[in-house]
Every structure is written in C-alpha cells, then in structure tokens.
Design a protein around this ligand. Structure first.
Ligand code: SF4
Length: 150
C-alpha cells in the first residue's frame, strides 16, 4: 500500500534546522510498501532552514495558532501545508501516515507546549490533525512494533 511519511524521516534535509535523518524501520518498510514523502512545513511555503515554531495553547480564529520563536504568525503556512498533505494522501489513497513525533505539523499525541522551553503537552500537529479528520491512521517513528505489523 501507499503510506504517507514525514520527509525528514526519509533522509530529506527539510527540518527547521536544515537536517533530516533516516530510520531503519522505515527502510525495512520500504521493501514492502510505497512510502510517499511529505513535508507540510515546506509545502506550506516555509524556507529551510527556518525558525522553530510551536502551536500556542490558546485557540486562534481557525481553532489553532502557530508562531515562530521570533513571534511571527505562521498559522496560514501550516494550514496550507496540512491541506497539501491531505491532497497527497487522497491522491495516493493512503490510509496510514507515519509522521515525525513532536512536530507542530507532524506530531501526534504529544507536541511542544508553545513555551519554546522544551515543554510538552497532549495534542496533534496541524497536518496530523487534518489527516486524522480525513480518517487516516497516524503512527510516529517511535512506534516500531506497529510499523513492523504494517
Ligand atoms: Fe519533518 Fe514534518 Fe517538520 Fe517537515 S514538517 S521537517 S516532515 S516534522
């Protein structure tokens, strides 16, 4: 099957700090499934490298507000990137996505708390939330047992 995957887990250097990584479990998964890379932050039009961003705990007009450490509001870019991820998932008929943990775009279950001090809270990144709303099952790269069972 086609599985949507955060591009920075597939060796693409698209993280905010200009880095990326590889994940052994995903390399094995690529032998059995087609992995479709997506970087919602890049698809939203943000440059690489870029200032780190976090989702503020209070809701904005659209139900979410994302700001950089410098205070710039990048909510629109995160929503645009999330929409691109949803479109890609629909185009490739993906029912599962494996997304980078803790990211304000890709994180699922636990994300940074908006204080830019390393704190965490329950919640989903913008793209992860939009994909969940479309019915996708979301895993992150630390869920190796679940990935092995795909
Ligand atoms: Fe990785 Fe997702 Fe951040 Fe892009 S938006 S760098 S894919 S965690």
């Amino acid at each position: 099957m086609n599985i949507l995957v955060s591009a920075c887990l597939l060796g693409i250097s698209c993280r905010y700090d200009g880095r990326g990584g590889t994940c052994e479990e995903l390399q094995r998964l690529a032998e059995r499934h087609h992995l479709i890379p997506v970087c919602p932050e890049c698809y939203g039009g943000l440059p690489t490298p870029r200032p780190p961003a976090e989702i503020l705990p209070e809701d904005g007009e659209s139900g979410i507000r994302v700001v950089t450490r410098d205070g710039a509001d990048v909510t629109a870019q995160y929503i645009k990137g999330g929409q691109a991820a949803v479109e890609l998932a629909a185009f490739f008929h993906c029912t599962v996505a494996i997304l980078k943990s803790r990211s304000p775009a890709c994180g699922h279950g636990r994300i940074h708390d908006g204080g830019f001090a390393g704190g965490m809270r329950d919640g989903d990144g913008v793209a992860a939330r939009m994909l969940i709303e479309r019915g996708l099952r979301i895993l992150n790269e630390t869920q190796t047992e679940e990935i092995r069972r795909l």
